[in-house]
Design a protein around this ligand. Structure first.
Ligand SMILES: *Cc1c(COP(=O)(O)O)cnc(C)c1O
Length: 682
């Protein structure tokens, strides 16, 4: 894999053709026929939906938003209530019926709203429980998901709590300033800031907004002073502290002496004196810190809170008016449902988090006689992960063939020996105590005989057919051995690899680089599971390969209750039926980080809302990139590309190598395809 492709070109994209506010009410009952057709396979004896539930763990990571229904489909509970649900498979079928083909990104706006509700409820509880003399007022970090309908939705749902936005760049600031028109909501301005960024914030304050310019670099204070002189007004000022508390995990370097952002304590003191000298100290209102995304261990946060609390107290003593303490982002997601401090999980709940923030800051302020600040958090991941589900179909599978090949006449000795080995393995009793060394010996024999056949092939003594027979027999041995192997840790390493050697590759109609870039870039785990057939036992083990011609374009690490597994339990595919997989918790960071590797563009996206009567409506349909879009993003002119081919086919017609009808067919394929999705159709 070459270096990470730049995302700069994305700005050139005519991103989508937006068909907004379709607002069509569709009753679930309309697709009943599709449902039964999909559900022909009888429930496997001894396998129930609760087995699937346990296997894929959706009760553990789903946070009440997902379950499995009697038809073996995933049910989505957009408001987190068991009583209201949407059948995800049914929804997909209906969307496909409306020409919104897979892969699809389905955004449940009710979930987004519910996340906001839960966040505010958790802080409300904590404020009451600890009798905190102040409020909580959150902001959403725009960088987590900048999509128009997502930010708009958050702003409109968040109005009741004066929920604000956090911007990390000038472009994000434009979104925040324009969308937030609630004079009480905060607009936190983070990131690198030049003079214009700061001037914009000052002017927006005069417009009636509340932007807080957070000083992240020591030299920013000079620019704030200059800009304030220039305009004759000051911005609201914040300060980001570089904490020295311990940190771990993927984003652990966000704090500590080498962190990219924040002021060390000596720099904080200098900054305060400069602001005082410039008579701007009265606008110093907020202390900010951010320990990094996805805090796994609550202990890290507790330490940071204590340190930040003390700095807050000291700033008050230095006569900065203060009033806000912003604890940054980092509120984690339990991707694997293990409730542990492992990378894909958190050892705390949302309520634990809110309690710790409130209790620690209260204690600190109370002990020092300082007025308790309004608490601000910048939770992105925790708000935006659950509401998006990426749904994709599998185009086909491949696996090594482990069927027993028919006997050839005059089979050579090593092939004959392989057959013998296979029947020996098959006669080992499954009831008696398993003798691992006997299994290992059988496998060693099989490998030796296969190698003998390969040597004979190289020397020209056996032909292709016999070689193929030997390979197939070896895999048949492996398969037979697996049936005897216990699934515990005592198995020798060599035998353990058998399982993955026999596993199937499921070809997924997505680009990992486009739709789940963190799965590739930082090995992030997302829950992945079929969204139907969950009343059937998944008899296969497999991993996913995506559409790109890149060996990194795969999904081969799956959640496993605190650890990972390289293979996922999947169903056997039948050619004529679609097999549909969901990738969950993908609402944060994935869309904007995704890139156009191999020119796979964005997928179709839909915003779904549940209606009171149990039906749903599509609030927005955002068309994915067409081939024309992605070609233009690379500075190609699609029309010119077509024109060159038109000329080439004209001369091929002249030369008699291409029939007119064939030329026409070629041009039809190319032209039609330009305005279609970059993904494959079954
Ligand atoms: C990225 C970022 C956030 C969001 O972090 P999450 O872990 O998504 O909650 C908040 N604040 C700052 C300063 C950030 O850089």
């Amino acid at each position: 894999m070459a270096s990470a492709p730049s995302t700069a070109h994305l700005s050139n994209l005519r991103f989508h053709e937006i068909t907004s506010a379709i607002c069509r009410t569709i009753h679930p009952s309309t697709s009943l026929t599709v449902l039964t057709a999909n559900n022909l396979s009888p429930k496997t004896q001894g396998w129930s939906i609760s087995d699937s539930s346990a296997l894929y763990g959706l009760d553990r990571w789903g946070d009440g938003y997902f379950s499995i229904n009697q038809q073996g489909h995933i049910n989505v509970h957009p408001k987190g209530l068991k009583t209201e649900s949407l059948d995800l498979m049914e929804l997909v079928n209906e969307l496909e019926g409306r020409n919104l083909k897979l892969p699809l990104l389905i955004r449940f706006d009710d979930i987004l709203e519910d996340r906001l509700k839960r966040l505010h409820a958790a802080f409300d509880n904590a404020l009451h429980q600890y009798n905190y003399q102040g409020n909580y007022q959150g902001v959403f970090p725009v960088k987590c998901n900048q999509k128009r309908y997502v930010v708009e939705e958050l702003v409109s749902c968040g109005r009741q709590w004066h929920f604000g936005l956090e911007a990390g760049s000038k472009a994000e600031l434009l979104i925040a300033l324009s969308l937030i028109d609630d004079p009480q909501a905060l607009i936190i301005c983070n990131g690198y800031k030049d003079q214009r960024y700061i001037e914009t914030a000052i002017l927006a304050r005069q417009l009636g907004r509340q932007p807080v310019v957070v000083i992240e670099q020591a030299d920013e204070v000079e620019r704030i002073i200059l800009a304030s002189r220039e305009i004759g007004a000051a911005p609201l000022i914040g300060l980001r502290a570089k904490l020295s508390s311990r940190s771990i995990g993927r984003w652990g370097t966000s704090i500590g002496a080498t962190a990219k952002f924040g002021l060390s304590v000596p720099d904080i003191l200098k900054t305060i004196e400069k602001l005082r000298a410039a008579q701007l100290l009265d606008d110093m209102k907020l202390l900010h810190f951010h320990v990094g995304s996805q805090i796994n261990d609550i202990g890290i946060l507790k330490d940071a809170l204590q340190e930040a609390g003390q700095i807050y107290v000291e700033l008050s003593r230095l006569k900065a008016p203060m009033g806000y303490l912003d604890v940054g982002g980092g509120l984690g997601i339990d991707y694997d449902g293990s409730r542990t401090a492992s990378a894909a999980s958190t050892n705390y709940s949302l309520q634990n988090y809110a309690n710790d923030v409130v209790a620690t800051i209260k204690e600190c302020c109370q002990a020092n006689g300082v007025k308790m600040p309004t608490l601000v958090s910048e939770s992105g991941r925790s708000i935006a992960s659950h509401f998006s589900v990426l749904v994709f179909n599998v185009l086909g599978t491949s696996a090594v063939s482990s069927h027993t090949p028919t006997q050839l006449v005059d089979e050579c000795l090593p092939v004959h020996n392989l057959r013998e080995t296979l029947s020996e393995i098959r006669t080992i009793s499954k009831d008696s105590e398993i003798d691992i060394s006997q299994l290992q010996e059988a496998w060693n024999d099989a490998i030796k005989f296969k190698d003998d056949v390969l040597s004979a092939f190289r020397l020209g003594y056996v032909g292709l057919v016999e070689r193929a027979t030997a390979e197939q027999l070896t895999w048949a041995c492996a398969k037979a051995l697996l049936e005897h192997l216990p699934s515990d840790a005592k198995i020798p390493a060599e035998l353990k690899t058998l399982r993955s050697a026999l596993a199937g590759t499921y070809y997924a109609n997505i680009s990992v680089f486009r739709s789940a870039p963190d799965a590739w870039a930082i090995q992030q785990l997302f829950p992945i599971m079929p969204i139907h057939r969950l009343n059937e036992e998944p008899t296969q083990l497999g991993h996913f390969a995506d559409l790109t011609c890149d060996s990194d374009g795969k999904l081969s690490s799956f959640i496993n209750n605190g650890s990972t597994k390289p293979l996922l339990e999947l169903h056997e595919m039948s050619n004529d039926k679609e097999y549909v997989i969901g990738m969950f918790l993908v609402g944060a960071y994935q869309e904007v980080m995704g890139n156009l590797h191999n020119l796979f563009g964005s997928t179709n996206a839909v915003h779904v809302r549940l209606n009171a009567n149990g039906s749903y409506q599509l609030d927005h349909v955002v068309r994915g990139n067409t081939k024309s879009d992605v070609l233009e993003a690379m500075e190609h002119d699609p029309e010119q590309l077509l024109e060159r081919l038109r000329i080439a086919s004209e001369s091929a017609i002249q030369n008699g190598t291409l029939k007119i009808s064939a030329a026409q067919r070629l041009m039809e394929h190319l032209e039609g395809s330009l305005h279609q999705s970059t993904y494959l159709h079954r």
